[in-house]
Design a protein around this ligand. Structure first.
Ligand SMILES: Cc1cc2nc3c(=O)[nH]c(=O)nc-3n(C[C@H](O)[C@H](O)[C@H](O)COP(=O)(O)OP(=O)(O)OC[C@H]3O[C@@H](n4cnc5c(N)ncnc54)[C@H](O)[C@@H]3O)c2cc1C
Length: 244
């Protein structure tokens, strides 16, 4: 983020923050983009909406309680509290370690029998050692079955248990807003991956002048693209548009 902020400080891009795109219509060759603040017109349009705005829910009783959060921001609020973290991927592991280091009593509930292999290689030994030494309690092959105001019920391989709880961080993944992608005319693959249609050489979708960039290109395959490997999308798009 520091790096990208500095790019903006240098180039002074025209960035409109806190503005949601609601609809895109194409009239002849011009896109009309309606946001919650105003309307824009453009000959070309790049969609780079990522996948972080819609959390994947656990669908358990009590998930709607205010103490259940699908986003982790910072650890201080959780100091001296009983925090249950669901998941074993990068977000959950970062949250577990930070909360524990700030004095929270951390328990993890993990569906599989290990920490996910996608966890950054320099972080994975840290969480595994904290679990092994008992600083962070982890229930593997387990699922939350119900969340109540002061406790949580977990189904473990040894049966159902109830533990005291103040907060649940359900970092169970996110999914792209594929309704938005489809609504603006981009075709998705028929299978469960819902990959958007685009030309990998130009990033242009099935709608002429409408491009995709970043992790949204992966559809439900949200781990396919990340910062390092999707940076090339911008070059492909700009080269194609300027050559046209
Ligand atoms: C905890 C964590 C750690 C990570 N660590 C790494 C790492 O070390 N290395 C790495 O390569 N990647 C990492 N990633 C992944 C990285 O953040 C993503 O790959 C990258 O941000 C994707 O960029 P993007 O531009 O495609 O989407 P995003 O960064 O998600 O940006 C999409 C933007 O579009 C906005 N948006 C969505 N819909 C609309 C709409 N209708 N109108 C207006 N705006 C909209 C969103 O609010 C968001 O601001 C990490 C992710 C997380 C969550």
């Amino acid at each position: 983020m520091e790096y990208y902020r500095n790019i903006h400080r240098y180039f002074k891009f025209n960035i409109n923050l806190f503005e949601k795109v609601l609809d895109v219509q194409k009239n002849k060759r011009i896109f009309k983009i309606s946001t919650d603040k105003q309307t824009y017109e453009s000959k070309n349009l790049v969609i780079a909406t990522g996948f972080y705005d819609i959390p994947i829910e656990m669908n358990v009783l009590g998930e709607n309680l205010l103490k259940v959060r699908h986003y982790y921001k910072e650890a201080h609020e959780y100091a001296f509290r009983k925090v249950l973290i669901v998941g074993a991927n990068n977000s959950s592991v970062d949250a577990a370690l930070e909360c524990w280091r700030k004095g929270a009593e951390v328990t993890m509930v993990i569906r599989k029998n290990e920490i996910n292999n996608r966890v950054k290689y320099w972080v994975k030994p840290d969480i595994e050692n904290r679990i092994a030494e008992g600083s962070i309690k982890a229930y593997f092959e387990s699922n939350i079955t119900e969340i109540r105001e002061n406790e949580v019920e977990i189904l473990t391989p040894n049966g159902k248990i109830t533990i005291e709880n103040d907060f649940v961080l359900a970092l169970t993944g996110y999914k792209p807003d594929l309704n938005f992608i489809e609504r603006i005319g981009i075709q998705l693959s028929d299978d469960e991956l819902k990959i958007p249609t685009y030309n990998p050489e130009t990033m242009e979708t099935n709608v002429e002048g409408l491009f995709l960039a970043g992790v949204v290109c992966g559809g439900m395959q949200t781990h396919k693209w990340f910062i390092e490997n999707s940076r090339i999308h911008a070059n492909l798009i700009v080269d194609y548009i300027t050559a046209k």
